[in-house]
Design a protein. Structure first.
Length: 366
């Protein structure tokens, strides 16, 4: 019996001793487009980017060596002079040998258990993204006279179906890999596509260690707030300053039109900016007794906020407390990502959140 216990103890010691104590990331880059480019190993902590290490692509190769005190998701960024040419790839930083291959904008990672699992997930996401791109590009390549409204509606329906499939995959991977680095990362990166019920189901499976992760703890709290500001609930009032410096409240606008759309945005938010062409066109068509927009900015400076309003011709009402992610209005409505919208009816009841413009148009047409 003693010999057996001694054998088991030695086996455990050998296993522990064989665990890698450092990481080595070796990268190979195809072609010359990244030659001589600075490569940064970075991570996001509390919404801020922190550089872990940096190097330069030389003769199509780069390397990072260090010790990981914890297993976590980080990013490799190829810093080109023109920001639009930057290439970003995610990987799991853990001790061991990690191989990265880069071809154009495609970054493939393998070599450790977590990275191999992460690659399976990313490949699934890429496959769906490529389907969406193919549908969109095929439509846009057609002559203008053939891009009928009926065909456009069909294309949007196909893309929406694929977006729903993406959300389903994110929920599936998050649930299957709960309480792991990958599972937590997937959820934190895609939570905005989860329903309240799906988030509750995932939180119920999380252990205390996972729940204590700062970002997840925030999302658990935000989910409880969101339940109070979901469809069918009365709107929550708050007050902020207008660009002119006067105080204005949500209640100053509710009831004045059939519907009020609260649009949470910021001048630094690329996805927000990309919504403006369609949103300004929609507003021009529908503003009046039936419809109004109230923009709530998560900007940090007044100059950036006002400049963006002018630059993008956002002619509706605006308020902000210039507190960035500490925006009081965003907290009251559990806004954890932007753009984010809340549609309020004339009676002060929330009609929906993050509705499409087509869905809102259908309401206005009734």
């Amino acid at each position: 019996m003693k010999k057996r216990l001694l054998f088991i103890s030695m086996a455990v010691l050998l296993l522990v001793g064989c665990q890698p104590k450092s990481y080595k990331i070796t990268g190979e880059v195809s072609g010359n487009e990244h030659e001589g480019v600075k490569v940064i190993l970075t991570e996001r902590v509390n919404r801020e980017w922190i550089t872990i290490d940096s190097t330069v692509v030389t003769n199509g190769k780069f390397e990072f060596v260090g010790e990981a005190d914890s297993t976590r998701v980080v990013y490799i960024v190829f810093k080109h002079a023109e920001p639009q040419n930057e290439v970003v790839g995610a990987l799991v930083l853990e001790n061991g040998k990690i191989q990265v291959s880069v071809q154009g904008v495609n970054v493939t990672v393998k070599g450790t258990k977590e990275n191999d699992l992460f690659t399976v997930y990313k490949n699934d996401m890429v496959a769906i993204d490529e389907q969406m791109d193919s549908i969109y590009n095929t439509f846009m390549a057609m002559p203008t006279e053939e891009q009928t409204k009926q065909l456009q509606a069909s294309v949007m329906a196909q893309i929406t179906e694929l977006e729903d499939k993406l959300n389903e995959k994110n929920v599936e991977y998050s649930m299957q890999n709960v309480n792991t680095v990958i599972g937590s990362h997937i959820f934190m990166s895609s939570f905005y596509g989860f329903t309240i019920e799906q988030k509750d189901a995932l939180f119920a499976k999380m252990n205390e260690k996972t729940k204590s992760i700062g970002r997840i703890a925030d999302l658990i709290a935000a989910n409880e707030v969101e339940k109070k500001t979901t469809k069918g609930q009365p709107y929550v009032d708050f007050s902020m300053l207008t660009p002119e410096g006067t105080s204005a409240k949500v209640s100053d606008f509710v009831g004045k039109t059939d519907y009020l759309l609260i649009d949470f945005w910021a001048s630094w938010c690329g996805p927000c900016i990309r919504t403006f062409p369609d949103l300004t066109e929609f507003y021009a068509k529908n503003k009046g007794a039936k419809f109004q927009i109230l923009g709530v900015s998560l900007d940090r400076t007044k100059d950036a906020w006002i400049e963006a309003i002018k630059k993008h011709n956002l002619t509706w009402a605006h308020i902000s407390d210039l507190k960035y992610w500490d925006c009081e209005g965003a907290k009251l409505y559990a806004v954890s990502s932007i753009p984010s919208t809340v549609l309020i009816g004339k009676d002060g009841v929330i009609v929906g959140r993050n509705m499409t413009l087509d869905e809102i148009q259908n309401l206005l047409n009734q």
